[in-house]
Design a protein around this ligand. Structure first.
Ligand SMILES: [Ca+2]
Ligand SMILES: [Ca+2]
Ligand SMILES: [Ca+2]
Ligand SMILES: [Ca+2]
Length: 396
């Protein structure tokens, strides 16, 4: 790897501003926070390009990542599943596949193992799948949902009652073009129901979460705008809304905040432009916009995932070419519930470093998964970065 690593940037000016605002009563004390330290980075080497798409903490304090590992032929590849120890050591890694190319998009730790979703490409096109693996990464079952045209499942969420929801897009059924696609399965991989949401235009869902009021919240892109769908418990659509920043917008992640509204994060690109910025939209529980925020600089920026720490507000995972050590770096940006930036931590070296999955541990640790350029082997390796909890005590 390149030797010139830079240290995570501590944004003391933002911390100081937060402190001043807090002392003047404009901020609740819980929003006093400094950036976390990066505890470790792990590169999982592979013969050809590999990457993580999704990540979760495990009950032993380690992490599980899922993604894909290519072969010499970039059209042939396997699902990559790897387990890391709490210290970042590679406990095991497995590749498995059921077609020409199997891509793992998201992973959840569940009792006794892991649930994964993604897509399998065969000569006939792409199909969405959900699969279960045991604690050591051996397949327990798989559900490949065969439909005639292209379909994929990008995000997984645990649903009360031992059920799992997966969301993505389908070209095979629905209102035309691609539509949001939501499936509900039980812990044995039995499909409970499958629903689509869309118009004659092109809708792709990237994220799903169960709502505290019951039912589901989905987000993604629709004809160049952020798009949100809220459903009831049976998946019947309740609300469908788009959010436009005037250019081409795609939402990658939706989370419900403890206050009852939703945060969507993704990217926006000016009409006729070629570089994106990260874009965040926060709504109330009915999808009415409360605030929105563009994050980014001169280079390309995009937001991929978000979590809500126990102290409220959000941590957003972005990839940025505007800041950091060179090419892409991954950034974690702490946002308060009103859309103010509190701190940013950057991870990466002078080469390409991007992350697409973010998970929050019980003690406030963060872990991200993506890919990093390995200049010795000239290929992308799977890359995992873990931080400690944010700094709630150490003030300048
Ligand atoms: Ca298909
Ligand atoms: Ca459609
Ligand atoms: Ca737009
Ligand atoms: Ca970099």
């Amino acid at each position: 790897m390149a030797s010139s690593r830079c240290r995570p940037r501590k944004d003391r000016s933002a911390t100081f501003l937060t402190l001043v605002l807090s002392l003047t009563g404009l901020f609740p004390a819980c929003m006093l926070a400094g950036p976390p330290e990066i505890l470790w980075e792990t590169e999982i080497p592979s013969l050809f390009d590999s990457r993580a798409w999704g990540i979760d903490f495990t009950d032993d304090g380690g992490a599980v990542v899922v993604g894909e590992a290519c072969t010499e032929d970039p059209d042939i590849g396997s699902l990559l599943l790897a387990k890391l120890t709490p210290q970042g050591g590679i406990q095991w890694q497995r590749t498995t596949g059921w077609g020409l190319f199997t891509s793992g998009q998201d992973v959840l730790q569940v009792p006794g193992g892991y649930i994964v979703c993604g897509d399998v490409t065969t000569e006939a096109g792409a199909d969405g799948f959900v699969a279960r693996f045991d604690y050591f990464g051996q397949e327990v079952w798989r559900l490949i949902i065969e439909k005639p045209d292209d379909d994929a499942l990008f995000d997984l969420a645990e649903v009360p009652g031992g059920l799992y929801a997966a969301a993505g897009y389908t070209e095979s059924t629905g209102a035309g073009g691609t539509d949001f696609w939501l499936v509900l399965i039980d812990g044995d991989g039995v499909l409970q129901w499958s629903r689509t949401y869309g118009t004659a235009g092109s809708e792709v869902a990237y994220s799903v979460r169960p709502r505290s009021a019951g039912g589901f919240a989905l987000c993604g892109g629709c004809d160049g705008n952020f798009h949100m769908v809220l459903t009831d418990e049976e998946g019947a659509g309740l609300l469908s809304r788009s959010y436009d920043q005037g250019g081409h917008e795609t939402a990658r992640c939706i989370i419900e905040s403890s206050e009852g509204g939703f945060l969507m994060v993704g990217s926006t690109m000016e009409e006729g432009g070629y570089q994106t910025d990260s874009w965040l939209v926060c709504t109330d529980e009915s999808g009415n916009e409360q605030w929105n925020l563009v994050l980014g600089g001169e280079g390309t920026d995009s937001a991929w995932d978000a979590v809500e720490p126990a102290t409220g507000g959000f941590v957003v995972l972005c990839n940025t070419m505007s800041d950091g050590c060179g090419s892409y770096d991954a950034s974690l940006t702490r946002i308060d519930p009103w859309g103010n930036v509190i701190w940013t931590v950057l991870a990466g070296d002078s080469c390409w470093n991007t992350a697409s999955g973010l998970a929050l541990g019980e003690t406030g640790d963060l872990v991200t998964g993506g890919r990093t350029w390995n200049s010795e082997t000239d290929c992308y390796d799977t890359w995992v970065v873990r931080t400690g909890p944010e700094d709630l005590l150490d003030w300048p």
